[in-house]
Write a protein that binds this ligand. Sequence first.
Ligand code: ACO
Length: 328
Amino acid sequence: MIGALRSTVGLVSVGAAVPERVVTNDEIAGRLDTSDAWIRERTGIGERRVAAPDEWASDLGLAAAQQALDRSGLAPADIDLVLAATCSPDAYFPSIAATIADRLGAHSAAASDVSAACTGFVYALVSAATQIQTGLAQHALVIGSETLSKIVDWDDRGTCILFGDGAGACVLSAGALPETVFGVELGADGSRGDDLIVGALRGRNVIEMDGRAVFKFATRVMVDSVQRVLDVSGLTVDDVDWFVPHQANIRIIDHAAKRLGLDPARVLVNLERYGNTSAASIPICLEEAWADGRLKRGDRLLMVGFGGGLTWGSCLTEWAGDGPKGAS
Ligand code: ACO
């Protein structure tokens, strides 16, 4: 699916939350045949956060959502829709979105989870924005929240080094922007599902991945999808203020930035500290850029994700929120 609309729906606030526990590369290298040097060089990851045994995707998602809601100035009752992207939910059901909506007090909101692995946040964002565009909803909370540490095989050095836990959330509102271009591409190739899979049909509930195949797919799709969204939106890379890629591997991000001719200073990266937090990685990056004052109202964002499915998605929009209190 690809297209560009004129829209006034905008991202007005953002929040994030990560678990307290830091697991360094050295800690993993103390148990497995790997090293800090290998992990940094091949992935760009230095450490990741790991949830406590009793800390779940709904807990992290709630903290991120509460922060985003507080920063938006809206009340829980104003929220019409809660969409949570996750591939590591607390349970098959209820959805973490329903749990989060209840705990926030957003009792008039529709709530459901979105399953598109690491592309989940982009899928959820597009879905929420288009539901607002139709007039069905005025304000939506879009959350990406993961506790991947609970579905990682901690004895598999090829996967356990990559993933981390965390959550990010955004509030989207009708009429937040002057009418502006909202460009989207969402895609899926189910024939490649086995390349990145976790679930009961495999007999073990841990992430299994063909790393080289996913790497090749990611480098190609990131570049192509961004280019297609720019084309359909009638823009070029020079019109984009912030490129917000899914944080999976620094070599994937660098490759895409180079091929697209992006200024590295315009690419949001936090992989070194959090690893791959799947659906949470894009909103956590956004929150950091907002909190340190880089993200300004009217800045054009190009978010791009890829992951299990295999899926991919790009979304071009503008930041519609104010800066942190006290920032100019
Ligand atoms: N430490 C040391 N050696 C390792 C490690 C490790 N942690 N992991 C693998 N190796 C070894 C392999 O066993 C292999 O050894 P061999 O040559 O003796 O067989 C060697 O390193 C090279 O392995 P490759 O798989 O070719 O290594 P590569 O450079 O491709 O890096 C990696 C592997 C980091 C997994 C890379 O392929 C990658 O990042 N792929 C993309 C993964 C990804 O983005 N997944 C998430 C998608 S998002 C989602 O939806 C969840």
